[in-house]
Design a protein around this ligand. Structure first.
Ligand code: ZN
Length: 355
């Protein structure tokens, strides 16, 4: 019996200490900043999601994230007959456990209105229950007074904007004038909205990418189709809630999903050069130079529209080395359009390759 008890005790010890594993997301830091991988839009049973809040934490850990926000709808609670109304529950249920996972929990909620203004997430709030108000102006004003970062969600969602193209309505202009919008989703799940990039430039807003997950994340984003869920890459001075918040309000972000990166050129350009290493020439013949480009990141890069006399296109597969053969007759600079790095509505980033 004693031995039996000892085995039970051992089992309990193993279970409570336990261990779990997260994948490595290969995305570099920027000089002077840490790249925090974040998802600022998710749902649980406290609105129209299908999981308990702590499940979101386990998913985020396994996906290699540094921060998550549970952002249940304030105005839409289809399960309220089964689950009592408490708009702070999602955050309160994960905030202590998040420490065990080294994940920053962001206190958030989704303000859910028809277009305009559509849906907005209030992040870094102190009390979501204080945001139950009729007037959306009052809601946003109260959230901002709580210190909220306001993110405009899926601005071109077809249920609200049938042509899929985001539009700035008067109410958005008023919010922007008041400093009440701080970021816009470029990616919401697999939908994306290129024309928000100009607004983010003009109004100094953060470009965001989030899952807006309602079901099970591993069922939605499966390999080989997807290697990672949508992520907002935040370039923070330190990994902490304060560091995250400062970087978001400063607009130091990029949106990443699938094989696409979008955001302001001032961050996209150094990020691209952190992802790749262009090696020195390792061989030459009478006709050609030979060199390697290593892509350390999870994002493939498609270099197109090469200059005359150089390779027309070069694909830098994720976590791979690409061999480049360049004719000695070529004398110009090796400049390419990076097809999958978007810095404006119809504008891809240009990159120069120096070896
Ligand atoms: Zn949502």
């Amino acid at each position: 019996m004693k031995r039996f008890l000892a085995i039970i005790v051992l089992f309990v010890a193993v279970l409570t200490q336990g261990y779990s594993q997260r994948k490595i997301v290969n995305l570099p830091d920027l000089p002077g900043f840490i790249t925090l991988k974040c998802d600022f839009h998710s749902h649980t049973v406290f609105s129209d999601g299908n999981v308990w809040p702590t499940v979101r934490l386990g998913e985020a850990y396994r996906d290699g994230l540094d921060a998550i926000a549970i952002t249940d709808h304030i105005e839409y609670q289809p399960k309220k007959d089964q689950i009592p109304t408490d708009h702070n529950a999602g955050y309160n249920l994960i905030k202590e456990m998040a420490k065990e996972y080294n994940i920053i929990p962001v206190h958030g909620t989704e303000i859910t209105r028809s277009m305009p203004p559509g849906h907005l997430n209030a992040l870094f709030i102190t009390d979501a229950n204080a945001l139950v108000k009729d007037s959306v102006y009052d809601v946003i004003e109260t959230a901002v007074k709580q210190g909220a970062f306001i993110q405009w969600n899926h601005p071109g969602w077809k249920s609200q904007e049938p042509d899929g193209i985001p539009k700035l309505y008067n109410i958005h202009r008023r919010f922007l004038k008041n400093g009440w919008i701080h970021g816009i989703e470029f990616f919401n799940d697999s939908e994306y909205y290129p024309n928000i990039l100009e607004w983010c430039q003009e109004y100094k807003l953060a470009v965001m990418a989030n899952s807006d997950i309602h079901g099970i994340i591993s069922e939605r984003y499966k390999e080989p189709e997807y290697t990672n869920r949508p992520m907002t890459l935040v370039f923070a001075k330190e990994k902490s809630e304060a560091g995250l918040k400062e970087a978001l309000f400063a607009g130091r972000t990029l949106a990443y999903f699938g094989d696409m990166l979008a955001g302001k050129e001032e961050f996209a350009r150094p990020f691209f050069y952190q992802c790749i290493t262009v090696g020195p020439k390792y061989h030459e013949t009478s006709k050609n130079y030979y060199f390697d480009i290593t892509n350390h990141s999870d994002i493939p890069f498609y270099l197109v529209n090469g200059p005359k006399g150089a390779p027309t296109s070069i694909t830098l597969n994720a976590r791979s080395v690409t061999r480049v053969v360049l004719s000695k007759a070529f004398k110009g600079t090796l400049t390419y359009d990076v097809k999958n790095v978007l810095i404006g509505t119809d504008k891809t980033m240009k990159a120069e390759i120096k070896f």
